[in-house]
Design a protein around this ligand. Structure first.
Ligand code: FES
Ligand SMILES: [Fe+2]
Length: 343
């Protein structure tokens, strides 16, 4: 195994079956054919006249031009920049002005998409199966007055399963994210999701208030292999109000062994007028530091099929067993996770 080759570091299929966040919604404006990369493939995205997003394989079957580089949107269709062949949202060729007819087989692969939570999502299946679950419609607690505190994009060598494993790894919050104490951690699994509830205390140095210790009630939720939300309620014994924060992370494996994160950060409005910007700035900086600390690990980590788990690593094995459902068949090297150090 070559540690330099991220695609070779992970024994699983590169792209687990899941919904993935391939772009921010604003990156696909009306009237423009937009090039995208995902799952090692060239794609083109455009919006129909009703605003619905369509994603097709990018290369025209005539002579291979990329529809996202110079292609135009005509009504509900996209037109190739090279010789004008036109394709509808299902990928069917509807016009080939320079040909008497084109074969029915001349269709581009059309991807199942969702335009949700400010992102464009694509369903990926290794067996071309249709989606067997859907993304949640609501991520934000409607009782909180949320304000956007920032957005971050990151790209690094890794695998979606490795990235999301952190949601089940309570211990890393202490070492990577500066929590001074983990009071409790519990993970529950559903068919296509998991939720870890973590109660912790954290020194606020990284929020810019030296020496103050906050109480954190964190819920990390994972949906398939392409979406994670980290919701925190932050309190302090001497503060009369709580603060809610949510970090929404959309994932996409753009290439084998490479993951992009599309992250947005939101925070509840403070009860004190005029200071939201300060809190937002501090929190955004803390999230950037947290994400970049995680990335430093992910980008250089080697996947161990038989990790040397210790007593506190209670959820790693459960997470890996749960994650198997996102692959069409068991992958070699992931069937045994042993606890080798007795409790
Ligand atoms: S390459 Fe697309 S029409 Fe010729
Ligand atoms: Fe983390």
């Amino acid at each position: 195994m070559n540690a330099q080759d991220p695609a070779a570091r992970f024994p699983h299929l590169h792209f687990p079956d899941s919904w993935y966040a391939v772009a921010w919604a604003r990156e696909v404006p009306s009237g423009i054919a937009v090039p995208l990369r995902a799952f090692g493939e060239d794609l083109v995205a455009f919006r129909k006249s009703d605003g619905a997003v369509q994603v097709l394989a990018a290369h025209c079957p005539h002579l291979g031009a990329h529809l996202g580089h110079g292609g135009t949107v005509v009504g509900d269709e996209v037109r190739c920049p090279f010789h004008g062949w036109q394709f509808d949202g299902s990928g069917r060729c509807t016009r080939a002005a320079n040909a008497r007819s084109v074969s029915q087989a001349t269709a581009l692969r059309a991807w199942v998409t969702r335009d949700l939570h400010n992102r464009i999502w694509i369903w990926f299946s290794n067996t071309d199966a249709p989606p067997n679950w859907d993304l949640p419609e609501t991520l934000l607690n409607p009782d909180v007055r949320w304000k956007v505190a920032g957005r971050i994009d990151r790209s690094f060598p890794s695998h979606p399963q490795d990235v999301l494993e952190n949601a089940a790894d309570a211990e890393h919050f202490r070492f990577v994210h500066g929590m001074s104490e983990i009071l409790s951690a519990e993970t529950a699994y559903t068919e296509h999701g998991l939720a870890t509830r973590l109660k912790a205390r954290s020194k606020s140095d990284r929020l810019g208030f030296k020496g103050i210790v906050f109480n954190l009630d964190i819920t990390a939720r994972v949906y398939g292999m392409g979406l994670q939300t980290i919701h925190s309620v932050i309190t302090h014994d001497r503060l009369p109000f709580s603060l809610s924060t949510i970090v929404i992370e959309g994932l996409v494996p753009r290439e084998a062994g490479q993951v992009d994160l599309l992250i947005d950060i939101q925070m509840s409005a403070l009860p004190v007028p005029g200071v939201d910007w300060l809190a937002h700035r501090s929190f955004r900086q803390a999230v950037v530091a947290d994400v970049d600390s995680d990335i430093q690990i992910w980008a250089h980590r080697r996947y161990l099929a038989r990790p040397q788990l210790v007593a506190v690593d209670t959820e790693i094995g459960g997470y890996r067993r749960w994650a198997r459902r996102f692959y069409p068949q068991p992958s070699p090297g992931v069937t045994r996770v042993e606890r080798v150090i007795p409790t």
